[in-house]
Design a protein around this ligand. Structure first.
Ligand SMILES: NC(=O)c1ccc[n+]([C@@H]2O[C@H](COP(=O)([O-])OP(=O)(O)OC[C@H]3O[C@@H](n4cnc5c(N)ncnc54)[C@H](O)[C@@H]3O)[C@@H](O)[C@H]2O)c1
Length: 279
């Protein structure tokens, strides 16, 4: 590979500012979430600065401090994505500090693994609220600042579960993720004239703090690995690559779209031991 092509991504986010929800787990040396893997790569590829937000303030503050110690411009702010006032505070603070918002990544989410018959109504509502009300409030909070910044990109983290029913558990989760796909399409239509692209990522099973309880349980982990045609759990870096593709100019002709990153799970059945048929 020539130097030119290996450095293709070196400065692709030069001057850009990214705001991320649900992104406290950004510490190098600890298990990172999608936000963490995205933030480090974004900054290493020239990003001017990041605002990481979450409801986990202690780890969020430590993450931002580590980013600053590494020479990056990073702020942590408390943001419960269901709170409209908090969105206003974060959007204003981002504009005051950086003067622009180019990228919003909506990552916040919860999953209660209970069936329709067992889940508490309050938890069902909370799951829906974080996924669907959260991205609505976030989209509205950044639309004008993004337009003032010359346009931007919003990336909503849904799930491969968004297009599947949940046979055993997680029905509130998959329902809420399906709603994210639909809202992405409406946002893409309504914000296109402001120069804002909006897309969704649908990850499969990825090892992050969100899934660590499954990953570290040998039976649960194998159950999933056996169902992934590519034969492994995803890493947060796999998904960060998709987030940053959608955030970059390489995706300049994509809006209202869904990027499935699930190692092949949604394509169908389990990876065969021998892909060649006998005849
Ligand atoms: N890891 C996977 O396998 C996987 C697969 C598909 C989809 N997802 C989705 O991706 C997103 C990112 O998860 P992750 O894997 O990076 O794990 P993560 O646990 O690092 O990120 C989720 C974050 O959301 C935060 N959060 C919860 N409620 C919130 C609220 N009301 N306001 C703001 N933040 C809140 C949590 O504190 C947590 O830090 C989640 O929405 C999850 O549903 C994850």
């Amino acid at each position: 590979m020539s130097n030119a092509s290996s450095n293709r991504f070196a400065n692709r986010f030069e001057g850009k500012v990214a705001l991320l929800t649900g992104s406290a787990a950004t510490l190098k040396g600890e298990l990172m979430g999608f936000g963490g893997a995205t933030v480090w790569r974004f900054l290493e590829e020239g990003g001017r600065g990041v605002v990481i937000t979450d409801v986990q303030d202690e780890i969020g503050e430590r993450s931002a401090a580590q980013l600053r110690d590494s020479g990056h411009d990073a702020i942590y702010m408390h943001l419960d994505v269901t709170d409209e006032d908090q969105w206003a505070v974060v959007a204003n603070a981002t504009m005051e500090h950086f003067g622009r918002i180019d990228i919003l990544v909506n990552i916040a989410g919860i999953l209660d693994p209970k069936s329709i018959l067992d889940i508490e109504t309050a938890v069902w509502k909370k799951t829906m609220e974080i996924s669907t009300v959260g991205i609505f409030l976030g989209t509205r909070a950044v639309a004008n600042p993004m337009e003032q910044s010359g346009g931007g990109a919003i990336i909503n983290l849904a799930s491969m579960a968004a297009k599947q029913g949940s046979g055993s558990y997680g029905s509130a989760y998959s329902f809420s993720r399906g709603g994210m796909l639909n809202f992405t399409m409406s946002s893409a239509l309504q914000l296109s004239s402001l120069g804002i692209r909006v897309n969704t990522i649908m990850p499969g099973w990825v090892h992050t703090p969100f899934t660590d309880y499954l990953y570290t349980d040998p039976e649960q982990s194998k159950f999933r690995t056996d169902r992934v045609p590519l034969g492994r759990w995803g890493e947060p870096e796999d998904i960060a690559a998709g987030i940053l593709f959608l955030a970059s100019d390489d995706a300049s002709y994509m809006t209202g779209a869904e990027l499935l990153m699930d190692g092949g799970v949604s394509a169908g059945s389990v990876r065969p031991a021998n892909p060649k048929s006998d005849d």
